[in-house]
Design a protein around this ligand. Sequence first.
Ligand code: MLT
Length: 404
Amino acid sequence: MTSFPTVELTVYPYECDAFGHLNQASLLALLERARWDALARGPGMDLFDRNGVWPAARKAVIEYKAGVYPRDVVRVETAVAHRGTTSMTLRHVVRRISDDVVVAEAEIVFVCVDRLGRATPFPEEIGRFLGPRTSGAHQPLHVPAGDAALAVDVRGEGLPVLFVHGFPFDRTMWRHQVAALSRWKRIAPDLRGAGASTAPAPPADGYSLARHADDLVAVLDALGISQAAVCGLSMGGYVLFELLRRHPQRVRAVILADTRPDADSAEAKRGRDELAALAERAGQEAVIGRLLARLLAPATRATQPEIVEQVRDMARRWSVPAIVAAVRAMRDRPDSTDVLRGLRVPALVLVGEDDEVSPPPVAAAMAKLIPGAEFHSIPVAGHLAPLEQPLAASRLLSDFLGRL
Ligand code: MLT
């Protein structure tokens, strides 16, 4: 991981609120000062000047961990946590020097823009400085699950939260939640066939959702975890329904994001067969081309090119047989409304307001099936609400998890 020079800064009285506490806006400004200092000491500023581009901040996820007061001196460590073609995520860790306590952690997403403010790929010279493109900040563990080896991000301590991605995504779709929810043990696997997991030859009817559910149990077993809160997005939700059918004792709480409980209609099944045929005929790119417009909110597509890029990247990491296997498994999935009616653990249902695949009315009706479930719809988000609106989604998750 590329690191920037570490910078030490003093907290000024005018940066603090009425209680003498470094306020939120000032923490952001302090991080900006740290980046500015690091770049000014170089290399950095000169590289951007020479290449006529600039990293523009687009999104910040901040975890405030401890109070900071005037005269405290803090050390800001900065490293490139993720690097794509036009975007990068910097991770800041802010420590108070006097007692070495981490007072805040932040992940800030930047898009490389030209002088007209248009997103543009990082020029080669800057790319070399930032380091190679990454698919995530940390090296995943490789956990055996039957005949597959699953790549799994595991971070932090506390109540385990297992994040299950949808199709055609991978564990990196949870990168904001994995970064931000630092009070819990976050576990984000790539399902077999996705991301950096292996893709053993699927049977003719696809990797069944039951197979994926058993794989998740193998992950929990490998980590010595008896129960986890499980958060599934879309197909990840379908896998969670199987987990509830097959291994209910492993589920401490349920978070259903952008998913639905019903089986495919006859028309939806025909659509699945067409998509599988398209994948076999024309490859991943054709599948992405077909799906992309339905996956992200119009506003996301218009204003967050780095997310469009990430979705393309995730889909490209699926092999064609894995795509076909997932599509067939989704086509053949059973109705899960009874599973939800019988649920006796805390449940949270989230949906992007512009989700076309599992629209808000479907998600709201699903929440009504589950005794005591909470329901929230997230504005300006489509089918990938946790990635499109990470702050809102992480806040809802953290409120829910905090009450368990
Ligand atoms: C997903 O996001 O996992 C899929 O779009 C779900 C589906 O097609 O039913």
